[in-house]
Design a protein around this ligand. Structure first.
Ligand code: ASP
Length: 585
C-alpha cells in the first residue's frame, strides 16, 4: 500500500497513529539535529520530521532528498511544538521511521510554489510541474467543482447530456473553421465545430428536449486578447420555450453554481436592454460593480462658440461624459494620461474636455474660454457634480464616444479602486439587434449567429430598416465579461431563408451549406432556444485567475503554440501524401 492517508488530511485527532504517506518533496531543512521535510500531494502538505538522535542513517538519507523526489514514509503522527495554523495539517507532523525513495527528480527548472520564479513561457513548457503549484492545482479543482454543480443542476431539471461529433461540416458561423483533411476522400475536409449550434438544434427537431453538453469548441481566430483556439462551453438547448423560460432556467443555474462554489447568494439577476447598456455604460458587457454612468449632453449643452462640440452635434454625433467622483484634484499629468487613453486608435477620440468642481467651491475647466462659470455649473447639474468631482467630456461619432467613455469608465474604476473585489455583478443583456452594419463596408452581418429568431413584432422593418429588427438574443454578463450567449432560434424555414437572404447567402449556398438543416425543418421543427456558457471564463472569474490560460490544464500561448508538446509542427511527407496534400513553399 503506497499510503494510508493523503498529505492533506491528518490533524491532532490522529495523534499517535502509525501512518504511511506518499508524495513529492517540497523542501527539506536541517535544524538542530532534526531534518524537516514538507511532503506535498494534491490534497495538501504534511511536515515530516527525522530525528538525528533516533536514527543517524535515516536522517542522513533525508538530508539528501532533492526537491520533487517522490517518496514514501512510514511514521507516527505527533503534535508539533511550533504550530502552523494556516494549513489544516499544521498542528501535527510525522515522526518518520522508514523512508523509501520511489523516484528521484532532476532539479526542476523553476520553484514549484505559488510565487514561482519561472516566467510563463517556461511554466507552459513544463506545465506538468506548473500544475503542482497550489494555485493552479486549486483552479483546476474548482473547475471540476463548477462543472459538477452544473451537472447537478441540469440533472435536477431533467436535462440530458448528449455528445455531438467533433468532425463536422464547415458552415459559416462567425469565425474561421479549423479544417481536418480527409484521407479517404482527397480534397475534402471536415471542420472542427465552432460550437455544436446546428447539431443541438437538430436534436430539438429529433425531439430530445432539454439537451446539454460540456462541449469543446474550436475557432481559428487571430489571437487577440485572452483567447484560445479551443475552449469549452456548457452548451444547452430546450424546446417549447420562450425567452422567459431560458432566463428562469439559467438564472437558476448560475445561482446554483455561485451557491455551491462561492457560498454566495446572487439574488434576482437584473436585465438591461442592449441599447441602454451602450448608452449608459458604452459596452454590451457592462461591469455594474460600480456606478459612473455616461451622461449625454446634446440636448442640454448651453449655447457656446465651442466648435468641437457644436460640429459633433451638427454632424449627428454625440457629446457625452462621465463624472469621475472625487477626482477634481487630478494633476495635469493624470489628465493628460486619460486624454491619451481615449486617443489610442481603437478608441479614436480627439481629446477630453475636463471640468473640475474644486473643494474650495470654485469651478475650473479646460474650456473656460468658451463656457462661463454659470454655464459650467449648469453642465455640472446634469452630472449631479459635487465639490471634489471631475467631469470628463468627449464628442465625436456616437459609437466612438460610447466606446471611449465605456473604456474610460473602467480605467477610472481601476485607478481609483472603485470596485469591491468581493462584489459580483451578474446580469442579463437583452434585445440585441438581429443584424449589424459594418461601419466601413456598409454590409449587413448577423449580430450573433444566423439562427437567432427576430422579435416577430419587428418583422415589419425587416426589409425597410433591417438594423432596427431586434433579435430574441441574450447574454449573461459577469463582472464585465460575457459569460453566456444564446437565443430563441428560428424554427420556420421561410424566416430562416429570409435571414440567410438578407445576409447575402444565395439560395444555392443555403442549399449546399445548410441544406441538411433546412431539410430537417420540413419534418416538424419545435420552437426552441438555448444558450452556451463559456466555461473557461466562468472558472477564471470564480477562481480569481487573470487569463483563461490560468484555468486550463494545457493551454496554448497567446500566439497559439503548445510549448510543451511543441505544436503545431511540420509532419512527414508520407502523412501529407496519404492526405493528398502538398504544402506551398
Ligand atoms: N452557439 C452559440 C455560441 O457559441 C451559443 C448559443 O446561441 O447557444 O455563441
Amino acid at each position: 500500500m503506497y499510503r494510508t492517508h493523503t498529505c492533506g488530511e491528518l490533524n491532532l485527532a490522529n495523534a499517535g497513529k502509525e501512518v504511511t504517506l506518499s508524495g513529492w518533496v517540497q523542501k527539506t531543512r536541517a535544524l538542530g539535529g532534526m531534518t524537516f521535510v514538507d511532503l506535498r500531494d494534491r490534497y495538501g502538505i504534511t511536515q515530516l520530521v527525522f530525528n538525528n538522535d533516533a536514527d543517524v542513517a535515516l536522517c542522513d538519507r533525508a538530508n539528501k532528498l532533492g526537491r520533487e523526489f517522490v517518496i514514501q514514509v512510514k511514521g507516527k503522527v505527533t503534535e508539533r511544538t511550533s504550530k502552523n495554523l494556516n494549513i489544516p495539517t499544521g498542528e501535527i507532523e510525522i515522526t518518520v521511521n522508514e523512508l523509501n525513495v520511489i523516484s528521484e527528480s532532476e532539479t526542476p527548472p523553476f520553484l514549484i510554489e505559488n510565487d514561482s520564479d519561472g516566467n510563463e513561457e517556461l511554466r507552459l513548457k513544463y506545465r506538468y510541474l506548473d500544475i503542482r503549484r497550489p494555485q493552479l492545482r486549486d483552479r483546476l479543482i474548482m473547475r471540476a467543482h463548477i462543472i459538477r454543480a452544473v451537472r447537478e443542476y441540469m440533472d435536477g431539471k431533467e436535462f440530458i447530456e448528449i455528445e455531438t461529433p467533433n468532425l463536422v461540416k464547415s458552415t459559416p458561423e462567425g469565425a474561421r473553421d479549423f479544417l481536418v483533411p480527409s484521407r479517404l476522400q482527397h480534397g475534402s475536409f471536415y471542420a472542427l465545430p465552432q460550437s455544436p449550434q446546428i447539431l443541438k438544434q437538430l436534436l430539438m427537431v429529433a425531439g430530445m428536449d432539454r439537451y446539454y453538453q460540456v462541449a469543446r469548441c474550436f475557432r481559428d481566430e487571430d489571437f487577440r486578447g485572452d483567447r484560445q483556439p479551443e475552449f469549452s462551453q456548457i452548451d444547452c438547448e430546450m424546446s417549447f420555450v420562450h425567452q422567459e423560460d431560458i432566463f428562469e432556467t439559467f438564472s437558476g443555474m448560475i445561482s446554483h453554481v455561485f451557491k455551491k462554489v462561492k457560498h454566495y447568494d446572487l439574488g434576482e439577476l437584473p436585465r438591461l436592454k442592449y441599447h441602454d447598456a451602450l448608452k449608459l455604460y458604452g459596452s454590451d458587457k457592462p461591469d455594474l460593480r460600480f456606478d459612473c454612468k455616461i451622461v449625454e449632453l446634446n440636448e442640454v449643452l448651453p449655447a457656446s462658440e465651442f466648435g468641437v462640440f457644436n460640429t459633433a452635434i451638427a454632424n449627428g454625433g454625440l457629446v457625452a461624459g462621465l463624472n469621475a467622483k472625487g477626482c477634481a484634484t487630478y494633476t495635469r499629468k493624470q489628465l493628460d494620461e486619460l486624454t491619451e487613453f481615449v486617443k489610442v486608435t481603437h478608441r479614436g477620440l480627439g481629446g477630453l474636455v475636463n471640468i473640475r468642481f474644486n473643494e474650495d467651491g470654485t469651478v475650473k475647466s479646460s474650456v473656460d474660454k468658451f463656457y462661463n462659470e454659470e454655464q459650467l455649473r449648469q453642465i455640472g447639474k446634469v452630472f449631479d457634480a459635487q465639490k471634489g468631482d471631475l467631469l470628463l467630456i468627449g464628442s465625436d461619432k456616437i459609437s466612438k464616444v460610447r466606446k471611449s467613455l465605456g473604456d474610460l469608465r473602467l480605467e477610472l474604476a481601476k485607478k481609483n479602486n472603485w470596485i469591491d473585489p468581493k462584489a459580483w455583478s451578474v446580469l442579463w443583456i437583452v434585445d440585441f439587434p438581429l443584424f449589424e452594419k459594418d461601419e466601413e463596408s456598409g454590409e449587413i452581418t448577423f449580430a450573433h449567429h444566423p439562427f437567432c429568431s427576430p422579435h416577430l413584432d419587428d418583422m415589419q422593418y425587416f426589409d425597410s430598416d433591417p438594423t432596427r429588427v431586434r433579435a430574441q438574443t441574450y447574454d449573461m454578463v459577469i463582472n464585465g465579461n460575457e459569460i453566456l450567449s444564446g437565443s430563441i432560434r428560428i424554427h420556420q424555414r421561410d424566416i430562416q431563408a429570409r435571414v440567410f437572404g438578407k445576409l447575402g447567402i444565395t439560395p444555392e449556398d443555403q442549399e449546399s451549406k445548410f441544406g441538411f438543416m433546412l431539410n430537417a425543418f420540413r419534418y416538424g421543427a419545435p420552437p426552441h432556444g438555448g444558450c452556451a456558457f463559456g466555461v473557461d471564463r466562468l472558472v477564471m472569474l470564480l477562481s480569481g485567475g487573470e487569463t483563461i490560460r490560468d484555468v486550463m490544464a494545457f493551454p496554448k500561448t497567446a500566439g497559439g503554440r503548445d510549448l510543451m508538446m511543441d505544436a503545431p509542427t511540420v509532419v512527414d511527407k508520407k502523412q501529407l501524401d496519404e492526405l493528398g496534400i502538398s504544402v506551398k513553399a
